[in-house]
Write a protein that binds this ligand. Structure first.
Ligand code: SAM
Length: 220
């Protein structure tokens, strides 16, 4: 069973068949943030052919895993509370449909935080249900869908830095301007930085711009 000596363990169970460019930027961002904050980051359920981006494999805090989260941390037997045993091995699933919201006290209860490695979609298709059925205890990060890197960021702010969900500075559905004339609205919740701008992975604004150009080209 995996364990951590300090910080928290963040696991993203990779649920898409390949690594798309958006997910790649999100995963690199989660890895770099985990490295800076003394946490560990696992990408689990990786297919044999998965190519780990160099910017991730270079990080001491990052571990690529072919095993699924259940193999790493067997879920509690059905009907049993997950509170028995060592805190560092207790898994919390971040689940947009969970009944209870995440609170700073959950940092004392859980050592491992599990997320779906799924690109956000609008409207949300509830692919987190694939993880829900494994039987881990779930917590919600409020009612608005976040990108995976934002969900990890908010979880860390709550369980490691003591923020309550209502004190995190959010930006909902921001407009991203990628050149003088073009912008697009993102259908997600982000954390705002000290300038009031959405925190996004490095390279994401450029990628959004490229994708928008492709869509316009495809129209002609
Ligand atoms: N549309 C999605 C779905 O199909 O479930 C949401 C995917 S979201 C981009 C990726 C992951 O971030 C989710 O699997 C979940 O772990 C986490 N997440 C995002 N927003 C959340 C929220 N409001 N509450 C709890 N977890 C959230």
């Amino acid at each position: 069973m995996a364990s951590t000596d300090s910080g928290k363990t963040y696991i993203v169970e990779h649920l898409d068949p390949e690594l798309g460019p958006w997910s790649e930027l999100e995963y690199i961002c989660i890895g770099q943030d985990s490295q800076k904050t003394g946490s560990r980051f696992f990408l689990s359920s990786l297919p044999d052919e998965f190519r780990v981006p160099e910017k991730l494999s270079n990080l001491a805090s990052f571990t690529p895993e072919k095993r699924s989260v259940e193999e790493m941390y067997p879920p509690p037997p059905q009907g049993e509370a997950s509170s028995a045993g060592d805190v560092k091995n207790q898994v919390c699933l971040l689940d947009p449909s969970a009944k209870k919201d995440l609170s700073p006290e959950d940092g004392d209860k859980f050592g491992v935080f599990l997320f779906g490695g799924i690109l956000g979609d609008d409207p949300p298709r509830d692919r987190t249900s694939e993880l829900r059925k494994k039987g881990y205890e779930g917590r919600r990060l409020g009612p608005v869908q976040m990108t995976t890197d934002t969900a990890v960021r908010v979880t860390r702010m709550v369980v490691q830095e003591g923020y309550t969900l209502d004190t995190v500075p959010y930006l909902d559905h921001p407009d991203i301007k990628f050149n003088e004339h073009e912008s697009t609205q993102m259908p997600f919740r982000y954390v705002a930085d000290s300038d009031g701008k959405p925190i996004m992975p490095e390279g994401m604004v450029e990628l959004i711009g490229k994708d928008a150009d492709k869509t316009i080209d495809d129209m002609f």
